[in-house]
Design a protein around this ligand. Structure first.
Ligand code: DQA
Length: 147
């Protein structure tokens, strides 16, 4: 079971800067992610929050809830949340960071990810497919532990 977390403002997908983030709504993105998970033999639970503390608590509890890995798009928290960095470091599950847009090709403040250093890897700029590739990686990594 894989936890997919989306952070602040990702509930606005579809209408938020569609030239940057595309026209898929969060609901459509999550449907796609669940279908990709099913193809890979993974059950996937998707959650979104605009609150740093909620995301931190989901990360802290993920192992206890039975998840084997986490895919996370932390939104703008990526660029400054040492608290989220610490939460990822404090737990044992592999976390893959995903960004829809290429954070390295945008404003200067987006070029730094403080959270990526706590993750096993990160994917940026590949749109919704980034989530698929993250799931593929986790399927290899944790697949054998699936019930
Ligand atoms: C984002 C990139 C962040 O810089 C931004 O704050 C987001 C979305 C992305 O998916 O491209 O909210 O994480």
């Amino acid at each position: 079971m894989i936890l997919v977390l989306n952070g602040p403002n990702l509930n606005l997908l579809g209408t938020r800067e569609p030239e940057v983030y595309g026209r898929l709504t969060l609901e459509e993105l999550e449907d796609r992610i669940e279908a990709w998970g099913a193809e890979l033999g993974l059950s996937v639970v998707c959650r979104q929050s605009n609150h740093e503390g909620t995301l931190i608590e989901w990360v802290q509890r993920a192992e206890g809830e039975g998840f084997l890995g986490i895919v996370m798009n932390p939104g703008a928290l990526t660029h400054y949340s040492y608290a989220l960095y610490d939460a990822i470091r404090a737990q044992p599950l592999p976390v893959v960071e995903v960004h829809l847009s290429n954070i390295h090709a945008r404003e200067a403040f987006r070029r730094t990810s403080v959270t990526a250093a706590a993750c096993v890897g990160s994917i940026s700029g590949l749109g919704p497919l980034g989530y698929r590739y993250a799931l593929e990686f986790l399927a290899e990594r944790v697949g054998a532990q699936q019930p």
